[in-house]
Ligand binder design. Structure first.
Ligand code: AP5
Ligand code: MG
Length: 182
């Protein structure tokens, strides 16, 4: 089963992906985590991604698609995947379709987690990752609005989109997601 966790920075994609991975017994893939590991390891992808991740811009689509294709080829994802932070552009959505078609898999649901910008900013400032400064958060939210949010219409037209309220305890949000994905 392929589940996409979708939403602006800080809505709780990573938090929910970890919980769902355990409760559904499906592996979780976070492109953000993959880039942070690559940056820490100073691998070629990490060196390339560093400037984008630090500034809050999107890493180029071809780099992201390659990382995801390689990851999803692993045995760990044979039963499916919980995708967190991917796809974020139409080109990435197209790349995902292609990857899944080659594995005879389809997206079960795209779960849009909805949280207001004010709450997001509060949560991220409290977390304090290196890209959680006020300026970079604002920029990440703009990037989301301009480049990623348009995908909502695309997945809605495909009949794959469900939206859940991301405000409440982690457990409350998990229960809403589990109900929404049926
Ligand atoms: P990424 O790591 O994906 O960051 P993001 O989208 O900005 O989202 P976050 O990880 O900040 O938030 P989240 O939704 O996972 O929320 P979380 O659970 O952490 O991407 C980072 C960068 O990598 C991008 O800017 C880009 O450069 C690059 N990148 C990644 N993917 C890419 C792609 N596909 N294409 C191109 N570039 C890409 O929660 C946030 C905080 O809130 C935490 O402190 C958490 O404890 C707290 N929290 C969670 N749930 C709740 C709750 N219910 N109540 C209260 N607090 C909560
Ligand atoms: Mg995350």
């Amino acid at each position: 089963m392929i589940i996409v966790l979708f939403g602006a920075p800080g809505v709780g994609k990573g938090t929910q992906a970890a919980v769902l991975a355990t409760s559904l017994n499906i592996a979780h893939l976070s492109t953000g985590d993959a880039f942070r590991s690559a940056i820490a390891a100073a691998s070629p992808v990490g060196i390339l991604a560093k400037q984008y991740v630090e500034s809050g811009a999107l890493v180029p689509d071809d780099v992201v698609a390659k990382i995801v294709a390689e990851a999803l080829a692993s045995e760990k994802f044979a039963q499916g995947a919980i995708l967190d932070g991917f796809p974020r552009t139409k080109a990435q959505a197209d790349a995902l379709e292609e990857i899944l078609a080659s594995k005879n898999q389809v997206i079960h649901k795209v779960v849009n987690i909805d949280v207001s910008a004010d709450t997001i900013t509060e949560r991220l400032l409290q977390r304090g990752r290196t890209d959680d400064t006020e300026d970079v958060i604002r920029y990440r939210l703009d990037v989301y609005t301009n480049e990623t949010k348009p995908l909502l219409e695309y997945y809605s037209e495909k009949g794959a989109l469900v939206t859940v309220d991301g405000l409440g305890t982690v457990e409350e949000v998990t229960n809403r997601i589990l109900q929404a994905i049926g």
